[in-house]
Design a protein around this ligand. Structure first.
Ligand SMILES: Nc1nc2c(ncn2[C@@H]2O[C@H](COP(=O)(O)OP(=O)(O)OP(=O)(O)O)[C@@H](O)[C@H]2O)c(=O)[nH]1
Ligand SMILES: [Mg+2]
Length: 298
């Protein structure tokens, strides 16, 4: 019988969980960013091989939450660990371990499930620092009883086959839950929201990336070849709104241009993207707004 099961990715923010998910399933199902706390919900990606199917669950980064949204994000990550058959812990090999990495380790010990560690971003380590990388590997091994610690590069692709082998060996026997050509179960509109948010994050700095949420107001197939999408980018403050729109509307236009290219690739159709910006004061502290923006939160 084939193997199949749920593997939750866990780790602090910015270690490259979402980049690794995309690499593992070979498609862009999650957004990534240099800014921390990018992923806000659980994101599912499916890898199908003749002998196994793995359903990966990407999660928000483990951190000490400072607002309601953060609390809900960490709760999403903890829930995903509970539901998983296997845990894939992700660490950044290029920097020393942090308090949040240790917290990740203790959550994995508590979960008491089979776990593999990925030591990501090995492409950033040159020969001179090999000893340091080896030391980090030993440190990670001590955090939790991992069946293996696998060096990988999510962005370059190194070590991925070995990581998949280590995971396949741990998932239980079972039938394929998803059709073989399915890479994610996320609705198109969720991906559209995320692709817009990704570009807003990529083009802004400081506290602005955290302040952004995207809502789709209208999604209409105008013809066989054209989709009209009207979306609102919510930010927490009036000053953020000004920055996001930019001088003469230039910033918003650039966000729209880049997001539209990504959305057209996703939908395989031309897209008319109509973007608006709105100040929704302190939405990250307001349950009703968080619920409106993230109905995926369970
Ligand atoms: N050099 C290098 N950079 C990487 C690698 N993997 C991820 N990155 C970069 O690290 C940053 C964070 O990646 P994400 O995938 O968004 O990290 P994450 O763990 O999902 O972060 P959160 O969603 O905030 O928890 C991005 O700028 C990525 O391009 C890698 O293997 N090598
Ligand atoms: Mg992420």
């Amino acid at each position: 019988m084939a193997r199949s099961g749920f593997v939750a990715l866990a780790g602090r923010s910015n270690v490259g969980k979402s980049a690794l998910l995309n690499r593992l399933v070979g498609a862009k199902v999650a957004i990534t960013a240099a800014a921390p706390q990018t992923t806000r919900t659980r994101v599912q990606g499916v890898l199908t091989r003749p002998d196994a199917q793995i359903i990966f669950i990407d999660t928000p980064g483990i951190h000490d939450p400072r607002h309601r949204l953060g609390e809900r994000m960490v709760a999403q990550a903890r829930e995903a660990l509970k539901d998983a058959d296997v845990i894939l812990a992700v660490f950044d090999a290029s920097v020393p371990l942090t308090e949040e990495d240790r917290l990740t380790g203790s959550l994995i010990r508590q979960a008491g499930k089979p776990a593999v560690a990925a030591l990501n971003k090995i492409d950033k380590i040159d020969r001179v620092n090999r000893d340091e990388a080896e030391a980090r590997r030993r440190e990670v091994r001590d955090l939790a009883p991992f069946s293996s610690v696998v060096p990988v590069s999510a962005t370059r692709g190194g070590g991925i086959d070995g990581l998949i082998e280590a995971l396949v060996a741990l998932v239980p026997e079972g039938p394929q839950y998803f059709p073989p050509d399915m890479v994610t179960d996320q609705p198109e509109q969720f991906l559209v929201r995320e692709f817009i948010r990704e570009q807003a994050i990529a083009l802004t700095r400081e506290e602005l990336p955290h302040s952004v949420a995207v809502e789709i107001e209208e999604f209409e197939e105008r013809s066989a070849d054209l989709v009209y999408i009207r979306a609102t980018i919510h930010v927490e403050r009036e000053s953020h709104k000004k920055m996001l729109i930019g001088r003469g509307g230039r910033m918003l236009k650039e966000i729209g241009r880049r997001a539209r290219a990504e959305i057209e690739a996703l939908l395989g159709r031309r897209v008319y993207l109509d973007l608006w910006v709105k100040t929704s004061k302190d939405w990250r502290e307001r349950d009703e707004m968080i619920r409106a923006f993230y109905p995926e939160h369970r």
